[in-house]
Design a binder for this molecule. Structure first.
Ligand code: IMP
Length: 394
């Protein structure tokens, strides 16, 4: 079992390894696996942001064939919540007054905001939410709090960020006056990590009793009790009879549910279906180089909650602009239009239609010339998440 933690921070990694070491010794930072993907934190709570980070990294690993059956992807999100400021800066702690503003200024501002507050009115806490996402998609959360009062002046030089202004009355010190060991033993992150350690031990124990290899999404079998909570679609285009990259991608992705080819397979569609294997629903459309083909010119399919218009795109002038394409998609009741032809990856919403071009898996034309494809995850609720993936240049 391997835990991949979505952080670059070496100090955090040290604390994480100390606390989770008896769940597994194999704990790595995402950067140690060469992952530089940063999921965008658009959540409204610490828990939502932690989950966005962990599930984003999991999807990235899945799309890049890096995910192992018993991997657990973990992330944290934390911040300072000040009661008098209605919980601010909260999830915006790092961005409060601007990402590049010094903590001397941020701390002085909070003290100023509380200039009329006394006693308990100065209550505040650090909060930390940890999220663990198993390879099979199960999600677990734990939380920890570190409570105190906002000090009337900053004190101490240990720690970081808002530590100098969180005063701990029972110690008569601020968090920045504690040693690292003292702080870890009572901090929000320490508490959330210890709660996660206990939770993981329990879940893994229960899985073993049920004969489940924790996190094994490849064990999606009737009756195994493990059902993968989403489906995966691989979208490719413009392979032009050069299918080596496509074969590699299929091998690396392992299990997929749909394969969508947006044209110019040039007669290799039967081979591509074979590479994809049994049980994969394959959809192909004609490209401008698919002569004498029986493939449909266009198709409309359903992915989760969404209706997708599949076309190569040359009849709609996609090389110029996407107006005709989006009009046609809307006329067919589709909110997604998938196209190829340009050999350039594209993902953007236009006129209420999400337009997707996976680029060419064999003959890329965008400036960096990396062959590309797209992986679309379909959640149980039918929502789609898109991952544009590029192959390395050899
Ligand atoms: P992160 O989610 O761990 O990156 O933390 C976000 C922000 O919350 C940090 O940039 C700090 O501003 C604040 N923060 C979180 N934990 C602490 C702490 O232990 N001490 C001081 N500030 C913290």
């Amino acid at each position: 079992m391997r835990i991949i933690f979505a952080t670059h921070n070496k100090n955090k990694m040290k604390e994480i390894r100390q606390i989770l070491g008896d769940v597994t010794e194999d704990i790595v930072a995402k950067s140690e696996l060469g992952i530089d993907f940063e999921p965008v934190e658009t959540g409204k709570t610490f828990a939502e942001n932690a989950e966005l980070k962990a599930s984003g990294i999991r999807s990235y690993m899945l799309a890049h064939g890096m995910l192992e059956d018993d991997d657990i992807i973990m992330s944290d999100d934390s911040g300072l919540c000040v009661n008098y400021m209605l919980g601010m800066p909260g999830i915006y702690s790092a961005r409060y007054l601007g990402e590049d503003t010094s903590y001397d200024i941020k701390n002085a501002r909070i003290i100023h905001e509380l200039r009329f507050a006394e006693g308990e009115e100065r209550a505040a806490h650090f909060a930390c939410s940890i999220c663990a996402v198993f390879a099979d998609g199960r999600v677990f959360h734990t939380e920890g709090k570190f409570e105190g009062l906002i000090a009337k002046e900053p004190k101490g030089t240990n720690g970081f960020g808002y530590d100098p202004i969180l005063y701990l009355p029972e110690y008569g010190k601020t968090s920045a006056e504690l040693t690292a060991e003292e702080k870890n033993s009572m901090s929000h992150r320490g508490k959330a990590l210890r709660a996660m350690r206990e939770l993981l031990k329990r879940v893994i124990g229960e899985d073993r009793e049920k004969g489940i290899n924790s996190g094994a999404f490849s064990e999606k079998k009737e009756g195994s009790g493990l059902v993968r909570p989403f489906q995966t679609a691989l979208i490719v285009s413009d392979s032009h009879r050069k299918d080596d990259n496509l074969k590699d991608v299929l091998k690396r992705l392992g299990m997929i549910d749909y394969l969508i080819h947006l044209g110019d397979s040039e007669g290799t569609e039967h081979m591509i279906k074979q590479y994809a294997g049994d049980g994969v629903e394959c959809y192909f459309v004609q490209g401008n180089n698919d002569f004498f083909t029986e493939l449909p010119r266009e198709q409309v399919i359903t992915l989760g909650k969404h209706k997708c218009f599949l076309t190569h795109g040359h009849y709609y002038g996609v090389g110029m602009d996407l107006t005709q394409l989006t009009e046609e998609a809307r006329a067919r009741g589709c909110d997604i239009a998938m196209f190829g032809h340009t050999h350039r990856p594209y993902l953007r919403e236009i006129n209420g239609v999400t337009c997707i071009n996976p680029g060419s898996i064999s003959y890329p034309r965008q400036s960096d010339r990396r062959p590309s494809y797209m992986v679309v995850d379909v959640s149980e609720e039918g929502e789609l998440t898109y991952h544009q993936v590029y192959l390395k240049l050899h």
